[in-house]
Design a protein around this ligand. Sequence first.
Ligand code: ATP
Ligand code: PRP
Ligand code: MG
Length: 286
Amino acid sequence: MDTQNHLRIGLPSKGRLCDVATDLLTQAGLQFRRQSRGLFARVSGLPIDLIFLRTDDIPTLCAEGAIDMGITGSDLVEEAGADIQLRMKLGVGRCRLAVCVPDDSSAKSASDLDTKRIATSFPSITERYLAGHDAEAHLVSLTGSVEVMIQLGVADAIVDLVETGSTLAANRLRILGEIGSYETVLIQNDHCRDQVTADRVVRRLEGVVIARDYSLLEYNIQRTKLSEAEKITPGFDSPTINALEDQAWCSVRVMVKRKEVIDAMEKLEILGASAIFETMLSNCRL
Ligand SMILES: Nc1ncnc2c1ncn2[C@@H]1O[C@H](COP(=O)(O)OP(=O)(O)OP(=O)(O)O)[C@@H](O)[C@H]1O
Ligand SMILES: O=P(O)(O)OC[C@H]1O[C@H](OP(=O)(O)OP(=O)(O)O)[C@H](O)[C@@H]1O
Ligand SMILES: [Mg+2]
């Protein structure tokens, strides 16, 4: 089989995004077997090859054309300054990049960091951010464990990712300024080997990402209360209404954001709805 024209997708070979990416593709129906420590896998039944790479190399390798698409962090795309298209936000791996100082630091804003030392894995973003705050600092570029660098005497401040804030708290640091919000993304370059297959991958992943975010809610409601009910559950496009034997009532099927389902069920029950069911979705096409 000629595989020269196969679409190449770069996936994180290890780390927190490795399972995230593998789960998403599997749920989207891409079947593959990665051998232990293998850096390459073929997708069965589709002209796609998966290449397992370092998460932070994926933006550059995509821009260079070594891979056509990739799953990585949008923070790493920005840091690499890679000339690629953002095809999709994947709804996972949400985090912020922040400049942080010791809890007891007297610094009030980023401009107070002028002439200081800053440890970070994001030197380009940091430099741009400081320039926007009229500050110039000595940057210490590292690949991890950045939060410990102040204690080690390497830096006066750090720029690193924050999710829950527990690493900052454990190291007695506080946020001085937020630089940006990021998440896991699907990227693509402009000279893709197989655009038709790339678009197919995007559609499949959209089905999974939307399904993860929404539930299907079904309930019965009196017709006179339908417009009130529709205000509670407006739906993705609009709800599907079906007649019931009792003509005063109808049944409603509607997509509801998963995190709003409980609240919506409560409100519908108060309105007089009955037989309210939530169904989790694993995939959809809208
Ligand atoms: N605490 C976090 N919460 C959510 N997303 C994160 C967090 N830390 C990192 N990320 C996202 O995951 C991407 C990969 O993280 P990172 O480069 O730190 O790899 P890792 O999986 O933690 O492995 P390692 O740090 O051991 O190299 C980041 O670029 C960012 O988009
Ligand atoms: O706000 P939190 O929920 O504590 O998450 C933030 C931490 O997570 C990441 O570290 P990671 O676990 O990847 O370790 P690393 O420093 O070795 O990259 C990031 O670099 C922060 O250190
Ligand atoms: Mg990390």
